[in-house]
Ligand binder design. Structure first.
Ligand SMILES: N/C(=N\O)NCCC[NH3+]
Ligand SMILES: [Mn+2]
Ligand SMILES: [Mn+2]
Ligand SMILES: [Mn+2]
Length: 313
């Protein structure tokens, strides 16, 4: 496999300082070498640089429209380029608003992509249902075709073309939705496996049901958007909006292993690591969990991996 790593030091989609340092923290933990050691051909594109605009007043309550709208365009173009170069796009965040760009870019490069959104949150508030105006909680609303009529015109977001249908999305790990989001998830027919379903069926069955729903013939490119706050705060505390009762690191790794095993994983977002939150131990554990999920996405096996060219002496 070839993997293109894109750092996205974004933070304006939410209000906790520090998430822009997520890419740096993951790199300092050796995420690139850990992927290379798997025999993966890693192309590191460094971190995207975003011009900062101070003249960025909220529109209909939506915060930082100019900074986020322009950043998302750069992200979309870069992800498209990486995928067209036959590399799996691994985007290191940064807050979850970056997925506006990664999913838009993926869809531009792959007609028939489907989406697995692993998160405590649905991130599908429209600008009119969002209680906070934080775009990381709205990311999907700009992308889902069936929501088009509910999305008001937002300056610097005009270029975003809805590029995915509700039926092509599966949520795993949800446990904290706003009323508008719940209405949308229920009424738009989005496959939704909350932590209740994870407890009820187990993670393997949840994955099987997700694939049955969005990729029944196993022929669709898969976008995995992994918010580290999907994990339980005991192992992922260094994140802006932790919610108790989350996935274990084993469940997170299992999701990654199974999606990797399809051979159709084409884009991965690894978002919301905030190295300024929590204690040093909590930060190190959060970064560790995130890097293990990334390794599992690209072939790391729990029994270990035989190095390329290994010969028993
Ligand atoms: N971390 C968050 N999404 O993944 N925050 C948005 C929550 C508000 N609905
Ligand atoms: Mn999220
Ligand atoms: Mn979240
Ligand atoms: Mn403007």
């Amino acid at each position: 496999d070839k993997v293109g790593v894109i750092g996205v030091p974004s933070c304006k989609g939410q209000s906790a300082g520090g998430v822009q340092h997520g890419p740096k923290a993951l790199r300092q933990a050796g995420i690139i070498d850990k992927l290379t050691q798997l025999g993966v051909e890693v192309y590191d594109y460094g971190d995207l640089v975003f011009e900062q605009f101070d003249d960025d007043t909220p529109i209909l309550g939506l915060k930082n429209p100019k900074n986020i709208g322009l950043a998302a365009k750069k992200i979309s173009d870069q992800v498209s380029r990486v995928i067209k170069d036959d590399q799996i796009a691994l985007t290191l965040g940064g807050d979850h608003s970056l997925s506006i760009g990664t999913i838009h870019g993926h869809a531009a490069a792959e007609k028939n992509m489907c989406l697995v959104w692993v998160d405590a949150h649905a991130d599908i508030n429209t600008p009119l249902t969002s209680p906070s105006g934080n775009v990381h909680g709205m990311a999907l609303s700009f992308l889902v075709k069936e929501l088009k009529e509910y999305i008001p015109q937002i300056p610097h977001f005009e270029w975003i073309k809805p590029c995915i249908s509700a039926k092509d999305i599966a949520y795993i790990g949800l446990r904290d939705l706003d009323p508008g989001e719940l209405w949308i998830v229920r009424n738009m027919g989005i496959s939704c496996f909350t932590m209740h379903e994870v407890d009820r069926y187990g993670i393997d069955m949840v994955l099987r049901m997700s694939m049955q729903a969005i990729n029944p013939h196993g022929d669709r490119p898969i976008h995995l958007s992994f918010d580290v706050d999907s994990l339980d705060p005991r192992i992922s505390a260094a994140t802006g909006t932790p919610v108790p009762g989350g996935l274990s690191v084993r469940e997170g790794i299992y999701i990654a292993e199974e999606l990797a095993a399809t051979g159709k994983l084409t884009a991965v977002d690894l978002v919301e690591v905030n190295p300024l939150l929590g204690t040093k131990e909590e930060r190190d554990l959060t970064v560790y969990a995130a890097t293990e999920i990334a390794r599992a996405c690209f072939g790391k096996k729990r029994e270990g991996n035989i190095p390329p060219g290994y010969v028993l002496p």
